[in-house]
Design a binder for this molecule. Structure first.
Ligand code: NZQ
Ligand code: ZN
Length: 381
C-alpha cells in the first residue's frame, strides 16, 4: 500500500426524481444566476430540460441557456460558452447531460474566470479557479460527475486533451438512474466499455498490490457486466441502471487509485486520438484499443492477466481473459478492430504520432514511443 491523500469534494444526490432538488441546492450555494449547459436534443425530447427550467424558476434562479454541446465536445463551442458566461456574469454552471455536456460545462467554468484563452489550460497551464459546477447526469459512463477532469477536442489541431484540477470537481451532482432509461443501445454499450476501461487502466499498469484495490476493480467490472446484460435488453430496469450508474461513478472518482502507484492511462491516450481524428464515440474507440493493448502489454506482465482471467471469467491463462473480454465487447456490438470503425490501417503511423504527443504530456512518452504505439495498433487490424 503506497501513501496517498484522498479528497473528493463532490456531493452526490442519488435516486428517483432527485433532479427536483436542483433549485434548492443552488440556493444553498448562494447561486442566483446559472449558465444552463446541455446537449443537442435528448434533454428536450425527454422533457427533462423543461422540468429543470421549472425547478429553477420555482427557486427564482435566473437562467442563461446554452445548448448544442456535441458528443466529443468541441473547443469552438466551449469558447462561445465562455464568452456568454462572462458577458452574462453567471455565478455557476449547471450541466444537464452526459459526460460531454459535463466536460464542456467544466471547461466553460474555468474559462469564465480566466483572462486568457481556455485552450491554454489544456496545453500548458493548470486551472486554479472555476465557477461552481452543478450537474444533472443523464448518461452514466465517464465519471465526470465526481472527478476533476474534463476532455475537449480542438477541432483545428485534432488534439483531444484533458484538463485536470481540484477546481472542477462538481459541487453537487444529481444522479437519477431513471434519466438514463432513454440512453440508446449504442451509447449504453459504449458506457459499459468506458466504465470498465477506467478501472482496467490502473489494474494492469500499476505496481503490484494492494489487493483491496484489485478487488474494488473486480467488483466494478463484474457489476458493469452483470447490469449491462440486463439493461441492454430491458433499458428501463431501475436496479440495473442504478447499480451501473454508481459503479461508473466509482470507477473514476479516485477511489480505485488510492494506495496504488505507477499507474497510467495508455488506452485512453490512444483512444483520444481515434476520437479526435475520426470523431468516433469514446467507448467505441476503447473497445478497439483495449484488446490490442492487452495483447501487447501482457507479453511482459503476465501475472495480473492471469488473475484477471480467473477472477472475472473463471478461466486460466494469460490470453483467456483478453479473449473473453473481446467476446463480451462483440456481444455488445461495439467495434473491436480499426476496420469495424472504417479506420484504415494505413493511418496507423499518423494515429500513433498524435497519441504520442498526448503521451509525452502525460509523462508516458518514453514508455510509449511512436514505435510502441504502432505495434499496439497493429494488433487492432
Ligand atoms: O446531445 P444529446 O442530445 O443530449 O445526446 C447525447 C449524445 O448524443 C445522448 N444522451 C445523453 N443522455 C441521454 C442521451 N440520449 C438519450 N437519453 C439520455 N438520457 O448520448 C450521446 C452521447 O453523450 P455523451 O455525453 O457524449 O456520452 P458520454 O457520457 O459517454 O461522454 C463522452 C465524453 O466524455 C469524455 C469522452 O472522451 C467523451 O468526450 N470522457 C470524460 C472523462 C472525464 N471527464 O473524466 C473521462 C472519460 O475517459 C472520457 O474521456
Ligand atoms: Zn474513458
Amino acid at each position: 500500500m503506497f501513501d496517498f491523500e484522498f479528497h473528493n469534494p463532490t456531493r452526490i444526490i442519488f435516486g428517483k426524481g432527485k433532479e427536483s432538488a436542483i433549485g434548492a441546492e443552488l440556493r444553498r450555494g448562494k447561486i442566483r444566476k446559472v449558465l444552463l449547459v446541455y446537449g443537442s436534443s435528448s434533454t428536450k425530447r425527454t422533457g427533462l430540460l423543461d422540468r429543470v427550467l421549472g425547478h429553477l424558476s420555482e427557486s427564482s434562479i435566473q437562467v442563461v441557456q446554452y445548448g448544442g454541446v456535441v458528443s466529443n465536445p468541441l473547443l469552438s463551442h466551449t469558447r462561445r460558452g465562455v464568452e456568454i458566461a462572462k458577458s452574462e456574469k453567471v455565478d455557476a454552471v449547471l450541466a444537464v447531460g452526459g459526460g460531454s455536456v459535463l466536460d464542456e460545462g467544466k471547461a466553460i467554468a474555468v474559462g469564465a474566470l480566466a483572462d486568457d484563452d481556455i485552450w491554454n489550460y489544456f496545453i500548458n497551464k493548470n486551472p486554479e479557479a472555476a465557477l461552481p459546477i452543478y450537474a444533472i447526469l443523464t448518461l452514466a459512463a465517464t465519471g465526470s460527475e465526481m472527478n476533476g477532469t474534463a476532455v475537449v477536442t480542438n477541432e483545428e489541431t485534432k488534439q483531444k486533451y484533458p484538463i485536470k484540477s481540484p477546481a472542477i470537481y462538481p459541487t453537487v451532482s444529481i444522479l437519477n438512474p431513471e434519466l438514463t432509461f432513454t440512453v440508446p443501445p449504442d451509447y449504453s454499450a459504449y458506457a459499459a466499455v468506458d466504465a470498465i476501461a477506467h478501472v482496467i487502466e490502473g489494474y494492469f499498469s500499476k505496481a503490484a498490490g494492494p489487493v483491496l484495490q484489485d478487488r474494488f476493480v473486480e467488483s466494478i467490472i463484474k457489476t458493469v457486466m452483470e447490469t449491462s446484460r440486463i439493461f441492454m435488453v430491458e433499458p428501463d430496469n431501475y436496479n440495473a441502471r442504478a447499480e451501473f450508474m454508481w459503479a461508473a461513478t466509482l470507477a473514476l472518482n479516485g477511489l480505485t487509485l488510492t494506495g496504488v502507484e505507477g499507474f497510467s492511462f495508455p488506452n485512453h491516450m490512444i483512444e483520444h486520438s481515434l476520437s479526435a481524428i475520426y470523431n468516433i464515440a469514446h467507448g467505441a474507440g476503447l473497445a478497439i484499443v483495449i484488446p490490442a493493448w492487452m495483447k501487447w502489454y501482457s507479453r511482459n506482465h503476465a501475472g495480473q492477466f492471469e488473475r484477471f482471467s480467473q477472477e472475472i471469467f473463471g478461466l486460466s491463462g494469460v490470453g483467456a481473459g483478453i479473449e473473453a473480454l473481446e467476446q463480451w465487447y462483440r456481444g455488445l456490438k461495439v467495434p473491436v478492430r480499426l476496420g469495424d470503425a472504417n479506420i484504415p490501417a494505413t493511418d496507423i503511423d499518423m494515429i500513433a504520432a498524435n497519441a504520442h504527443e498526448l503521451g509525452v504530456r502525460w509523462g508516458i512518452g518514453d514508455e510509449y514511443p511512436v514505435s510502441a504505439i504502432v505495434e499496439i495498433l497493429k494488433f487492432a487490424v
